[in-house]
Design a protein around this ligand. Sequence first.
Ligand SMILES: [Zn+2]
Ligand SMILES: [Zn+2]
Length: 322
Amino acid sequence: MAIRQGVWDCPYCSKKGIPGPEGRCTGCGAPRDKDVQFYVPEGAAEVTDQAALQKARAAPDWHCGFCGADNPAALTKCKGCGGAQDAAAGARQVRVVPNQPVKPAPAPAPRRGKGPLFIILGVLLAIALGVWFFFFRTHAETLQVSGHQWERTIEVERHQWVREEAWQAEVPSGARVLGSRQEVHHKDRVQQGTERVKTGQKDLGNGYFEDVYEDRPIYEERPVYATKVSYEVERWKHERTERAAGTDFNPQWPPVTLREKEREAGRKEVLKVLLKSPDGDTREWVAPDAQRWQFYKAGQSYTAEVTATGSVSSLQAPAEKP
Ligand SMILES: [Zn+2]
Ligand SMILES: [Zn+2]
């Protein structure tokens, strides 16, 4: 345990860095009183002198109850006024001064003006406006119904063998194992030992300090292996889509013949009203249900909201009079 000599600053004159064991200011001669705090100067060397080490290992100095001076533990009478140690106002406190955490120099605050922020906001606003302008902004059009169209689809899935990989414990039942290998499953934090770290200095109360150490654990990441299995297993996968379409008011489901290991996986119906703009552009609108779909009569005109890309966002509802 390394011993280092501390120093103190005189509160009465400008003298700084007075050697710790000095009981009086080397500048003005004032006694080192109990309010004086010792500190270790930067780069203080380790004390090796035996006499000094003995002083350091003695008890803390005591404060004279008469004149306020500090006296080494070995003295029984104050060296300032001759007062007895019995009347001492107590001994110096022995305390541990923790290491000052090394603070990184504060990074100079970026002296950026508000300019870039405004540019970024401006660009974002322009993009939002552009998206709205090209995709969502609508205008009114009078559209003539040119026809109707329906489409019905049925998704078909087939139970088929697919290749997969999983940790051994997660391999599904019914799987056909193809092979396995060892792979890193996760990493464990294992304590490897300890390291001695200097955490502070103990003020011995007599002008000397002792380094304080702490044993801290050192950890290591250790890979933990597990068995990774590659296997085949039967899964339902999309196989085909059966489709039927027409232009009448009589939608039909496409005929489906399920082969072995096949199943239906969802039916969908899309009902479209085909429209024509006064300029001759073709438009279409997807009806929410059959009643609404059949409401629009071929050859009749209805008002619609149309986006810049030509998709009909809304078509005049039955209750609305043109
Ligand atoms: Zn002084
Ligand atoms: Zn005294």
